[in-house]
Write a new protein. Structure first.
Lengths: 203, 203
């Protein structure tokens, strides 16, 4: 059975990575990675679906045991990606998507080198600003900051394997599917199995 | 404008790589690499279409000038892949396909590291034998030899980037298209251009 692959999707807020992930998840061929957090559940958030909710002690224990693919502290709360459920899905042949910012993505790559990093880009900075303004949730100063962060991140894009320019959503989703399919045609992970299969057949 | 990529397709005789290449070439989005040879033209072969026909002196001069991506001598005739026309097409944004056996493919990779090596496999050795027998052009001993060569080649498949199992032609052609499209989404070659584009826009 083919091994699942871990796809890590990053990109500036406003690039549309969330929408692309939702589209990819629709046909059930991929699983979304669920984060662990020390913050309290909000509204209708469900344990194991939106997050794994844990105490600060449990979170620290998981870090100490090397049980997180990445983690960060944001405004006093910790967020991380538990390794075990991801590996379980991959071993069951399921592809997993993890949507995370660049720092987290690079931690994941360090802890699981087989992961495939994809960066979603808006077609231009002016388009990114337009989308953020249209969203209306941020001040002009915050939007300036996001634009600057985007430039800084794009300079580090070489750490990624693929980028998708999200000009048209359907094209971007197709690009993501193309990447996922192509990765399953790569030799690296499957050479051993092929050699074995052909040798078993012998002549 | 996007840069073309060089796709090198290898695989045992009977794996169907020729058919896959013909299918890929149909829509005109790819160009086939034309070989240079010292052998005389046969039948309706056309200069610059089937081969570039040259004298042994010209061939040697091209080797000496580093003008071949790969070459080999077969039954006293030399065959090689001229670099200039390939690079010209790539620079014009055209993808190029080169169908060649493994030794040649590895020479191409050494001389043009950006090339992408794809190995086409038959679904099984017994299927490969069946196809070769059905073709009826080879003796039983020749077929045995081909099967042994295939096993030896598959052991070296790790030098390749992708493999395609040709069980169903249409699936195999789609796999090849997926690989070609995904390679154009890779960061490596295009990171510089993207960084430049975004920096030019500035803020």
């Amino acid at each position: 059975m083919r091994q699942g692959r871990l796809f890590v999707i990053s990109g500036p807020s406003g690039a549309g990575k969330g929408t692309i992930c939702s589209e990819l998840l629709k046909d059930g061929s991929l699983a979304l990675s669920v984060s662990m957090t020390t913050r309290a559940p909000r509204g209708k958030e469900v344990e194991g679906v939106n997050y794994y909710f844990v105490s600060r002690e449990e979170f620290q224990k998981t870090i100490d045991e090397g049980g997180l693919l990445e983690w960060a502290e944001i405004y006093g709360n910790r967020y991380g990606t538990p390794k075990a459920p991801v590996l379980e899905k991959l071993n069951a042949g399921k592809d997993v998507i993890l949507e995370i910012e660049m720092q987290g993505a690079l931690q994941v790559k360090a802890n699981y080198p087989k992961s495939i990093l994809i960066f979603v880009l808006p077609p231009s900075l002016s388009e990114l600003r337009k989308r953020l303004i249209a969203r209306g949730t941020e001040t002009a100063a915050q939007i300036d900051m996001r634009t600057r962060t985007t430039i800084d991140e794009i300079k580090k894009i070489k750490d990624y394997s693929y980028f998708i320019v999200n000009d048209d959503l359907q094209t971007a989703v197709n690009d993501a599917r193309t990447i996922i399919n192509a990765e399953h045609l790569r030799v690296e992970d499957q050479a051993e199995a092929i050699i074995e299969k052909y040798e078993r057949e012998g002549i």
